[in-house]
Design a binder for this molecule. Structure first.
Ligand code: GDP
Ligand code: IMO
Ligand code: MG
Length: 419
């Protein structure tokens, strides 16, 4: 068996958590391959809502194993808090959660650095979630990081102190005031508690399971337009969000990846700063924000809203090699009489569907669609969907040249059509 992938095609929050939860009974293993607690993945079932930051979204399923892969940056404090909350529902998850031993750790001073850099950037700040993601990946790439596999080593504390002192020097040089003594205490306690979870050699683990015919789904965090390489740099996160990131993030070869599910909202949102060509500043934008309950699942910030952007979607599909599309939140468009989709961009008077280096001079060219003015949340099959809805689906499939195989029409597990 090969490893399937599900990842975001926009600026995150496409509904990845919901759909991974829906698909997880079909898989033996769900694995996160990048990012960290900057992610907020919402799952709703049995009238209850759960937001996961580090735990893979298969954690509520009885027979699914969940793995934090080595491409993730892990904050022990956040993870332990999340595990405790989850265990109140599921019971002990020690047998259901594995952590790759090469996973890098976020330490308290990473979070402080994240805040300090943002503060110093003033109005040019990224709008980071403040979870220490950027500084942690910086230390990984500059070969200074500590990993979960170091926890049991005799020189663990020494390695920790070396890293912390490096951070303290930077913080001192920029005159940033802070106190981490309490956070440090909690951090060491959490690191100790994590020892009840088995660590694995990611590459051997995933390859062995694939050989044995086990079904694996890699769960993306963030979205392609936030990817460190492909995204709207510098307004991006610091990890490899794309399908290429699955290989390095889990330790598997490119020929071992299978179905690549690309997920997108029927409109677009973005939380944090950076360019957003189809962003709306009018009543329609407000309506999308309200009807879609568009608030960040990690930070609670209002999400910026705009119409669906076909050039951006095509670009994301190309970079990831998407084989199947998943559309979410189309039910939100039921609130509109008409809605728009950017079919192209106009750049310096020229029509193009290329996502350019700079989005500064981009003007979206819109196509208007008649909405269906009908509640579609109870739809169970394609036959239950209005004609106008199907025309919208056909249009996207034709433009992007990939079939839409799953349609989500509500936040609950139940509001999902697998076509
Ligand atoms: P993720 O980060 O990609 O997992 O997405 P988030 O959980 O951050 O944001 C998606 C939001 O939309 C959450 O509040 C979900 O409960 C909600 N949601 C997911 N799918 C649908 C859908 O099809 N319709 C509606 N109305 N809400 C949805
Ligand atoms: P999920 O997995 C939406 C955004 C932040 C900020 C930028 C950098 O829930 O889709 P970081 O904390 O990584 O340094 O922030 O990326 N961002 C997200 N936006 N969904 C996410 O994750 C995000 N994770 C990071 O708002 O603009
Ligand atoms: Mg989210």
């Amino acid at each position: 068996m090969k490893t399937d992938i599900l990842l975001g095609l926009q600026w995150g929050d496409e509904g990845k958590g919901k759909i991974v939860d829906v698909l997880s009974p079909r898989y033996d293993i769900i694995a996160r391959f990048q990012g960290g607690a900057n992610a907020g993945h919402t799952l709703i079932f049995n009238k209850q809502k759960f937001v996961l930051h580090l735990l893979p979204s298969g954690i509520f399923r009885k027979n699914t194993l969940n793995v934090i892969g080595e491409g993730v940056v892990l904050d022990p404090v956040t993870l332990i808090e999340e595990i405790k909350k989850t265990e109140q529902i599921t019971g002990n998850i020690s047998e259901k959660l594995l952590i790759a031993e090469k996973t890098n750790l976020i330490i308290p001073s990473h979070r402080i650095l994240d805040k300090a850099y943002e503060y110093k950037s003033g109005k040019n700040k990224i709008g980071s979630t403040g979870k220490g993601i950027g500084p942690a990946y910086t230390d990984k790439i500059s070969r200074n990081a500590i990993r979960i596999g170091d926890i049991n080593m005799p020189d663990f504390k020494e390695k920790y102190n070396t890293l912390k002192n490096k951070h303290l020097k930077i913080l001192k040089s920029i005159n940033f005031d802070f106190d981490i003594s309490e956070d440090e205490k909690k951090w060491f306690e959490a690191a100790e508690e994590l020892k009840r979870f088995k660590t694995i050699n990611g590459s051997y683990f995933f390859n062995k399971n694939m050989k044995e015919g086990k079904k694996i789904l890699a769960e993306g965090a963030q979205g392609t337009l936030l990817d460190i390489n492909a995204g709207t740099y510098p307004f991006v996160t610091s990890s490899s969000v794309t399908s290429a990131g699955v290989c390095t993030g889990l330790g598997i070869a490119p020929d071992k990846t299978g179905e690549i599910y690309g997920i997108f909202k029927a409109y677009t949102t973005r939380v944090g700063n950076g360019p957003f060509p189809t962003e709306l500043f009018d009543d329609d934008g407000e309506k999308l924000q309200k009807a879609g309950h568009e608030y960040g699942a990690t930070t609670g910030r209002k999400r910026r809203c705009g119409w669906l952007d076909i050039p951006a979607l095509k670009y994301a599909v190309q970079i990831n090699g998407v084989t199947s599309l998943i559309m979410t939140k189309a039910d939100v468009l039921s609130e509109f009489d008409t809605f728009k989709v950017a079919s192209h961009y106009i750049i310096n008077g020229k029509k193009t569907d290329i996502f350019p280096y700079s989005l500064q001079n981009v003007k979206p060219a819109y196509k208007t669609f008649k909405s269906w003015n009908k509640n579609i949340k109870t739809a169970k099959t394609k036959n239950d969907l209005p004609e106008e809805f199907l025309q919208f689906v056909n249009y996207i499939e034709k433009e992007v040249n990939i079939p839409i195989k799953i349609i989500s029409v509500g936040a609950d597990r139940k509001n999902t059509l697998i076509l």
